[in-house]
Every structure is written in C-alpha cells, then in structure tokens.
Design a binder for this molecule. Structure first.
Ligand code: SF4
Length: 605
C-alpha cells in the first residue's frame, strides 16, 4: 500500500495497554482516512448511546492518505468522537503540523479508549510509544504545556495535540489544540480528552510517506498548486487578508449575523475586517504544513505581544455576534480562548445567548454576581472577564461552560439559542443563503458551515454562482454534493479551502497518483457519501429524531430579516428538507433505508 502505513495505534487508558493494529487496502478503499476511519471504528466498537464523557466513549485521531505528502494543504488530521455538546458525532479537524508528524512517525491513526485515573500524556517517537504521567501539566494553558513538554523531552521539533484547562474541566465546547493556535475545535472534543485525563499526544516522526509514483505525483501536485496560486481567493484574498477577507464581503451581502442574529449587517464590520487587521496588526502569514495558501495570521498587540489568528469565524463570534467592535480586544480574546482551549464559535455563541437573555431581562445581574460585567451588547469587558471563568468553571462561568443551548434551557428560553442540535451556529445568516441554511439543518455535527460551505456557490460564485434565494432541486442537490465532497476532502487529509481553485477531479488526480489507484471521480464521491451516511447512522443510533432536530432556530425560520439586501427573507426549510431526504435516498422522516445502507456497504455496522 502506498501513502498509508496500514498501522493503527490503540491505547487503552484504563489498563494502560498499547497495541499496534493493521488494515488493508480494501478497508482503505472503503473509508479512505480521517472521518472515514473514525466513523467506522465508532460504529463498530462503541454503543452510540454511551455518555460522551464516560470511559465508554472513544476518541480517534486520524490522518488521511495525503496527510504528510507534498499535496497542497496535506497536513490535516481529524479528531472523531461522540460530542459532549450535541450528543452526536463530532469530527473536528485541524491543520498546523501535528497531523503530518503523526504520519511521519509511521501511524495512520490513534484510537484512545477507556479513561486514566490520573493525568497522562502519550508520547509517540516513531515505533516507541509510552504513556507518561502528566500531573505536573494539569492546569497549564496550551502555550505553557507546549513549552514544558519541549523542555522535558528535550526536542524542539515535537508536535502535540493537547487540551488546556477548558478540556480538563469538561467545558462542553473545549477544543483540542495543536501548534499552539491551531484547533480541532467544534463539538467539545477537548472535553472528551479531559474526561479520559489525557492531557496531550506528543509525537515525533522520522519517516517519509511513500507515494505510488513519485514523478507523477510531483507533477500532479505542481499542477494543482499552480491552480490554487492562480485563483483569486486561494491565491489572492486568503493569503493577503486571511479568512477575515470575508468580513466585508459577507457583511455587504447582508449575511453577517449581528447581536445574536437579530440583524444581518454590523455597522462596525469594516473596522474589524481582514483589511483593517492587516493594516494595524499583521506581522506575517503562517501557513500550515505544505500549504501554498497561508491564511493563518501572526499579529502583534501591545497587550499579549505576538499571537496568531483570529480567523473570520472568531472575529465574528467574539465581535459582531455580541455587538463588540474593538478589534484589539477581539484578537486578545482569541489568544486567550486558544490558551485555555475553547472553540471560539461556541464561546461567542454562548456569550451572545447570555447577552440576549440579559438584555431581555431574563438573566439578571444577581445571577451573575455584583462584580461581574453586565451582558450588554458591545460590552467587551465580558470577553476579558468570562473566558477564564468558563475555562475554570468558576462562578457564572460554570453555567456558560455548558454551552448556549443548556444555558438558555436553564432560563426557560431556548428560542434565544442560535444553534442546531445544541451546537452554536457560525458566521453566516442563512436567511441570506437558503441552501446554506439547509446545510446547517442537516449537518451531522450540528450548527456547522464547513462541512457544506454553500456560501461558495450562493455568495462567492464557486464553482458557479447560484441565486441565494433559489430553493429548487439543483440547490438541494448541490448541498448534498458539497457534503459528500467535503467528506472526501477531509478524509483525504486536505484543507477545504482548496475548493477555491480545485474541483472534484483535481482531488481524484492527486489521490490516484499518490495511491496508485484508478478510481473515478464518482467512486471517490461515493466514499464521501458513505462517510456522510455512516455519520448519520451513528446519530440515529445515538437517538437523533430527524423531524425535530434537522431544523434551524425559530428566528431564522419565522422572523424576516429587518434590513439590508435580504430584508424580508426567512429560510424556507420546510420546502427543501423533504427533497433533501428524497435525493439522499432516505425515508420521508430522514432515516437511512436498508437499501441505501446495502448500496454503501454500511449495513453491517
Ligand atoms: S488554507 Fe489556511 S487553514 Fe487551510 S491549510 Fe492553509 S493555512 Fe491552514
């Protein structure tokens, strides 16, 4: 087999055993990598109804066949587990360098099961693997942990995936951090590590990934890299302004959710745009492993000094979503969210829920404590005060650590929670891009944009421009195609930002050249479809009620946009969802048919 080692590391934290397992090409052709490997093992080995924070949950760190190769953006890995935030599948991916290093060490994936009774970290140095005590690291932030481990191991080139205090304290939206500011963030995957008392996975590898035909692969990679460099977004806007290039574009198009989605344009957007950040704070770009795009930002502030980020979602979540204008404060808050190990989208969404509850008089100052800053729109003191409180579950921070849905539920007003399947929504108001709304509603991991980025066709015109308010068959089919294609790109080990510039055939070319296979684009997309359906199957087994939960917050379905280009619009989900189920080949109530499961070869799981 090329581009794989065929090796999986299995670590049981309850009894401390470490085993090597193998897979063959047939398995690889069926599941490809990352999300594919992860969902296969979860479906096969665990009870989907298990408590996500119990030892019965498993957490899998998986690479794809292109991870660690020279394919553009080939550095991704995925954390797959049952989410403590949604109760359904979590598959959070991250760039940086950890994924590639894991591959260089000779492993395609690590499965962690059980739970330790004391803090540990896993140290992988090629074939040599051991569990080490991490009691001295417990309580340390991401940066402090990286520094302490580099010194302890005496090797500056180690890479690690770790949790900060938020994960240790089981915050339901805590992230797994790597390379300090890169995050596998969504779904609270950090809390699963925390529940297992696993502080970090540290890895150092010395091998090179072998592809089937080196010369051919090099030439295919060059061709695709050139395509990305010549694309106006992948080779222009993203390197120049980072993902924050979207702030002005999305705001001008009237999709920039403001004050918990009460409005869709923010009056201060320009002041926190990629252009403004570049002019005021940028020192340089920071690409992930093998990335020609380099959307990562290195900024400098008078307060925190040099830091990384924030990217578009974080600027919005900590900014417009809470009515906060001050870019320096947003950059600083993003820094601390990374240090404590929090998902910035859910952090911002939870705070925005609290803001609306407070502004409506439901949440009162006495609930917070007299010394706490009031949850008033635009009050950036809230960011300074609550990030640490949430991570440490101190005071009202303990309630916020449960996420926006549970917070709103505690006060009897879930209508002010802007999320799907208990996960906070990201930075696009779907009343201005209805296909994107269908994507949110049907996403296996709840409120999430990135697994079917319909903003591409509906707003940016990739691969071609679609009317954002068209809800016909073509739009619904495009949502399905984007979901399956993204599953494929994730499973390959690449970053989805390559879709600016590359199409399905380009991924086929790179995979075939690396693997020595001769699969068609359709066959690759079928792998994506298999992964999507398998994840759905896990959710159904975990108790998903599709007709109740494949939905959007009431505000987006019933309250028309008040101002801007999308004035008067809501999301007409009820017209799209039945078609979505039909085109997926599912039943009218959103369940996978026996026939579809057989067709995809997942009926045994
Ligand atoms: S495009 Fe950005 S997030 Fe994606 S691999 Fe490159 S630097 Fe990382």
């Amino acid at each position: 087999m090329f581009a794989y080692w065929g090796k999986i590391l299995r670590v049981n934290l309850t009894d401390g055993t470490i085993k090597e397992e193998h897979f063959d090409e047939e398995f690889a052709k069926k599941w490809l990598g990352t999300r594919g490997f992860g969902i296969y093992y979860l479906l096969k080995e665990m009870d989907a109804t298990a408590d996500p924070l119990s030892p019965e949950n498993k957490i899998i760190y998986a690479t794809g066949p292109l991870t660690g190769t020279t394919a553009p953006t080939g550095g991704r890995y995925m954390v797959i587990t049952k989410s403590p935030l949604t109760g359904y599948i979590a598959m959070a991916n991250s760039g940086g360098f950890f994924g590639a290093e894991l591959k260089f060490a000779g492993w395609d994936a690590v499965i962690v099961e059980g739970a330790s009774d004391h803090p540990v970290y896993l140290y992988i140095n090629d074939e040599s693997v051991e569990l080490r005590d991490a009691s001295h690291l417990w309580g340390k932030t991401s940066g402090e942990t990286e520094e302490a481990l580099k010194e302890e191991i005496g090797d500056n080139r180690i890479r690690m995936a770790l949790i900060g205090p938020a994960g240790e304290n089981l915050v339901r939206f805590s992230a797994v951090m790597n390379d300090e500011h890169r995050a596998a963030a969504r779904g609270g995957v950090g809390a699963v590590m925390g529940s297992k008392k696993l502080k970090a996975i540290v890895v150092r590898g010395h091998k090179r990934v072998e592809v089937a035909d080196r010369a051919k692969f090099t030439s295919v990679v060059k061709e695709k890299t050139d395509k990305l460099r010549n694309d106006p977004v992948a080779g222009g806007g993203l390197p120049k302004y980072g993902t924050a290039v979207l702030v002005n574009i999305i705001n001008q198009n009237g999709l920039y959710p403001t004050r918990n989605f009460q409005d869709s344009q923010f009056e201060y957007a320009e002041e926190q745009s990629g252009e403004a950040m570049t002019a005021k704070y940028l020192i340089r770009n920071k690409p992930c492993y093998a990335c020609p795009i380099g959307c990562g930002r290195v900024n400098k502030l008078p307060t925190t000094g040099v830091t990384e980020g924030p990217e578009y979602e974080s600027i919005w979540a900590l900014g417009a979503h809470n009515g906060i204008n001050d870019l320096a404060t947003i950059i600083e808050a993003n820094h601390w969210a990374d240090e404590y190990g929090l998902d910035t989208i859910s952090l911002g969404g939870t705070l925005a829920t609290a803001m609306e509850l407070y502004e409506k008089g439901i949440l009162k100052q006495e609930d917070l404590g007299e010394e706490a800053p009031p949850f008033r729109w635009g009050n950036s003191e809230v960011l300074h005060y609550y990030i640490e409180k949430i991570a440490k579950r101190e005071g009202f921070g303990d309630k916020l650590a449960e996420g926006g849905y549970r917070l709103a539920e505690m006060y009897g007003h879930t209508e002010y929670f802007m999320g799907v399947k208990k996960q906070e929504l990201p930075a696009y108001d779907p009343r201005g891009a209805e296909g994107h709304g269908l994507g949110y509603a049907t996403n296996n991991r709840g409120g999430c944009h990135i697994k079917q980025y319909m903003i591409s066709p509906e707003i940016l015109g990739y691969p071609y421009k679609m009317d954002p308010h068209d809800i016909g068959d073509e739009k619904v089919k495009m949502v399905i195609l984007f979901q399956d294609l993204t599953a494929l790109i994730d499973a390959a080990g690449l970053c989805v930002f390559t879709t600016f510039g590359l199409g399905a055939d380009d991924y086929r070319d790179m995979l075939n050249a690396a693997l020595g296979w001769d699969l068609s684009t359709e066959e690759y997309l079928k792998i994506g479809e298999r992964i999507w359906n398998a994840e759905r199957l896990f959710n159904l087994k975990a108790g998903l009620d599709p007709l109740k939960e494949d939905t959007l917050p009431k505000r987006l379905l019933e309250e028309p946009v008040r101002n801007g280009p999308n004035k008067g619009h809501v999301v007409r989900l009820h017209l799209m969802l039945p078609k979505y189920y039909e085109f997926r080949g599912w039943t009218g109530d959103g369940r996978i048919t026996e026939e579809k499961m057989k067709d995809l070869g997942i009926d045994e799981l």
